[in-house]
Design a protein around this ligand. Sequence first.
Ligand SMILES: [Zn+2]
Length: 409
Amino acid sequence: MHNYSPNYSGQYVGEQGFLSSLEVMDLLYRIVSSKSVFGEEYECGMLLAEIARSEGLVVEIQPIADRRDNILITLGADSYRSSRHGLLFHGHYDTVPALDMPDAFDVGIRDGFLRGRGAVDQKGGLTAALAALIAMKRSGRKLKRSICLAAVVDEESEHRGSYTLAREGIRADYAIVTEPTNLSKVEFGCRGSAPLQIMVEGRTAHAGSAAEGINAIEKALPVLERLFDLEFLPLDLGELGEVRGSLCVSIMEAGTGYNNVPHQAVIWMDRRTVPGEDTAFALAEVQSVLDQVKKEDPGFSARVRVARPDWSWPPIIERGLNPTLTPADTELFSVLEKAAAKCGMGKPSKAFANCYYDMDFLVNDLGIPTLVYGPGDGRLNHSAREAVAVDDVCRAAELFCHVSGALCL
Ligand SMILES: [Zn+2]
């Protein structure tokens, strides 16, 4: 299984460091091997807690639901609540299911890559942050500011972990969300995601006398046309580039039988929002589409609401997932840049993410300037080829130590 020859050595991690590359590999192997598909995270959470405790780090369990917990790991304070941290690491330890990945939970290491569900999204980054805390602890250096790692659940579904973390409160000068950015770019923000559902009303009749009914599929056509015609203007984010909103009609359901006029057509869509927009804005936009259709066809009847097939938890439906932006001149970026140089890595680029991250909760609810940076190629997220280079996890751990040192020593 262990086909890995470490090719990395730094001041904190690696051959000369406080934590060897082989130990990092072992941590990664254990954490990825501990299956934690969202909803079934318990064992993996307990493993993280046990590893951290055995290294003398302060471990606190934050219950989210039955057998679902955030694990808060602190160095330099006796509780995650008792101080304002110099740096907060954030990582989710839930994963998506196997999907089309064969042997997704039969973890193996080949040619320096560890393969398995969650390796990239995002146990690689989580392991790097945990390894950094362990290395800092073993170094014995006295911290002026505390460091905390929040390992959360449910990022892949209802975001209950980060929701609870934000509601219970945690204070920090800066945060790093350790999702994969291939260690080559730093993401300053992300788009939000507004899940919307339109219900178009019709009336059932026998297909042979269709004129007696109202065909909901036909009624849905002008709605779909208008949705596909919506245009989203680019938003200029300066050095982070241009970003624009988008709308994807992702599921459609209609009809009850071959010989029935459908009485209802349901359209589900994922509207991605940019800074300045939110779920209420997206909802109003679709409502105005429905209003236009109604103007042309007074018999048209439809309503739109916030809904997602896999969401049933009222707080997240209420809150939504918002776009996020950390100012491009944040001090944390120059600290990261210097740390990358110390690790012999190239200058990371600045970017804005099209996907959604839990950084939303850290920035928008807790007011913590947050950047996204971690090992692994995000294009492999949820894919059958999910694998991360062990050396990159070591490199990330080393870099996180340098960032921690710059902010907290
Ligand atoms: Zn993720």
